[in-house]
Each structure stands twice: as C-alpha cells, then as structure tokens.
Design a protein around this ligand. Structure first.
Ligand SMILES: Nc1ncnc2c1ncn2[C@@H]1O[C@H](COP(=O)(O)OP(=O)(O)OP(=O)(O)O)[C@@H](O)[C@H]1O
Ligand SMILES: [Mg+2]
Length: 286
C-alpha cells in the first residue's frame, strides 16, 4: 500500500482576480495549530481490517477542523465508506484512534448526522415523519416538528411534507434524507455519496443547498464522493484515497459562499484539473 503522501494545495492568496492557481506542494504543517480539542474529527494513525481479512485501511491521519467541509475522493473500493463508518463510530479501528469533538469514540458518535448513499426512507411514513424519525425514536417528535418543516422548506420541499416516499422523485427523496440527518441539529455531518444516483442538475442544486445549510449552522462535514466537480464545489479540503490510504490532500481556496456560476471559473477548473491528475496517479481500483 502506498504511504501517506505530500500535501498538495493551491498557492496561498490566490483570489478571484488572480491568474488560475498553480498547484504547489506544501508541508503537512498546513494543519499546525489544530488540536484534537479544536477539531471536529481526528483520525490518528487509523487502520482497519475486518476479522480474517487483510487491512482495508492503514495509516490514516486526517483532521476535519470545526465548521469546515472536507471531502474524501477516491475510486470504487479504495476504502471511503469504511473510513466514514470509522468516523461515525459504526466500526472500531484495528489501529489508531478516532476522536469526534475531542472525545475518543467508543461506539456510535453522538451529535452526528449520517446520510447514506441510498435515501433509505421508510415507505409507510410521510416525508415529514421520515425527517422526524431520529427524534421520534427518542420520544422528541413534537419538539422537532417546526425544525423538520423548516428544513424541508430550506431544501425545496415545503409543499411535500405530507407525501410518501413513493410519491417523491429520487432527488426529492435525497433531500428528505439530508433533512433527516440534520433534524437533530448535528454539529458533525457525514455523507456517503448522497447524490450519486441523481442527474447532474439535481445534484448541483442539492450541493448548493447542502453548502448553504452547513454554512448557516456551522456544521463540520465529511463527504465521500467519486465526483471531482462536487468535491471542488463543496470542499475546503479534499483528501484523495487510494488502496486504503490518504495519498494526497488538496486545499480548495475558492471564496465562500460559492455561487452556482463558480463552476465555470478558471480557478474552479484548475482545481478540477489538479484533482483529476492526482486521481489518475492513483491508477486503477484495487
Ligand atoms: N466487512 C468486510 N469484509 C471484507 N472486506 C470488506 C468489508 N467491507 C468492505 N470490504 C472491502 O474493502 C474494500 C473497501 O470497501 P469500501 O466500501 O470502504 O469502499 P468504497 O471506497 O466506499 O467503494 P465505493 O466507492 O464502491 O462505495 C473493498 O474492496 C471491499 O470489498
Ligand atoms: Mg462506498
């Protein structure tokens, strides 16, 4: 397996009026000053091997600062979902430690929302009741109703709260799943390719809504994707995974908030080019 590689970033201070940023290699000290207490998620030397299987992940060092949006990008089978499950406390690392908001994980993390690749909505509940499910399970349904309706509204589903999943499009179901992950006001949000099955326009609209909600509520986010443009639009930093390791990191120094049209800017496309070249260097899937 490759070892953790150098950190790649855009040139500091590259602004909208500057020429397209050229990638430069910088020291991993870019994370200097971050301590486990000031970071939302810290993976410290994490490795994972299922029982009687070779390791899926090894030597993962990865920090998501509080309030930042980080993306894990990598080919199919490189270990992204496994890493996300470790960050959520759904798997226990074979090596190293996972900390969420300063606490070492010893089971599913609290204060954390998870969006799965498939919406996994319950067919017999309305959109509103699906969103409220995490609160209903702990007897808090009534207290969360206003927030659930507000989230549905913010995600463009204001008039559809009473519909059942079979009466919603795939994109609308994905929005319900995002609202459900946010209803308990998590401070940390983990997302596993939540928009992978959607058409490009729907996906872009959801990216915009997700970025706005995370910024509004100061949420720390870690999103897994195969999609380079999605990575650049959403991320403050992208970690590139290959064969169970983080092999490169790219800082996305585009201004926020990012308007939809930023996808056509030279700086945006330069970030896409850098990530594509890095992905090509990782070769074929394991
Ligand atoms: N419980 C398990 N036992 C054995 N192997 C596993 C287990 N879970 C995952 N794997 C293997 O570990 C590797 C990484 O799986 P993982 O689901 O993390 O990949 P991924 O990067 O999320 O892929 P994709 O992009 O296709 O979702 C794969 O080769 C997979 O077959
Ligand atoms: Mg996966």
């Amino acid at each position: 397996m490759p070892t953790e590689g150098a950190t790649t970033a855009t040139q500091p201070g590259a602004g909208a009026s500057a020429p397209a940023p050229a990638p430069v290699t910088v020291a991993p000290a870019a994370d200097a000053g971050l301590t486990p207490a000031t970071a939302a998620i810290v993976l410290d030397g994490v490795g994972y091997a299922p029982p009687k299987h070779p390791p899926i992940l090894s030597g993962i060092h990865w920090t998501v600062p509080t309030g930042r949006f980080h993306v894990l990008l990598g080919r199919s089978g490189c270990g992204k979902t496994t890493l996300l499950k470790l960050a959520a406390g759904l798997l226990v690392p074979s090596q190293g430690r996972v900390r969420v908001e300063g606490r070492a994980l010893q089971g599913p993390a609290e204060g954390l929302g998870f969006v799965f690749q498939a919406p996994t909505l319950l067919d017999w509940l309305t959109a509103l009741d699906n969103v409220l499910l995490p609160l209903s399970l702990r007897g808090d349904r009534d207290r969360g109703r206003d927030r659930a309706l507000q989230l549905l509204d913010a995600l463009g589903l204001g008039g559809l709260a009473g519909r059942y999943p079979r009466q919603l499009s795939g994109g609308q179901q994905a929005r319900v799943a995002v609202a459900r992950a946010l209803v308990a006001a998590p401070r940390v949000l983990l997302l596993d390719e939540p928009f992978a099955a959607l058409d490009a326009l729907t996906r872009e609209a959801l990216q915009e809504d997700l970025a706005a909600l995370c910024a509004r509520d100061g949420i720390s986010a870690l999103l897994v994707t195969h999609d380079i443009a999605e990575s650049v639009f959403l991320a403050d930093r992208v970690a590139l995974m290959s064969a169970g390791c983080i092999v490169e990191q790219v800082a996305v120094e585009l201004p926020r908030p990012r308007p939809p049209g930023i996808r056509y800017d030279a700086a945006f496309n330069e970030h896409c080019r850098v990530l594509r070249a890095a992905l090509d260097r990782t070769g074929s899937a394991r």
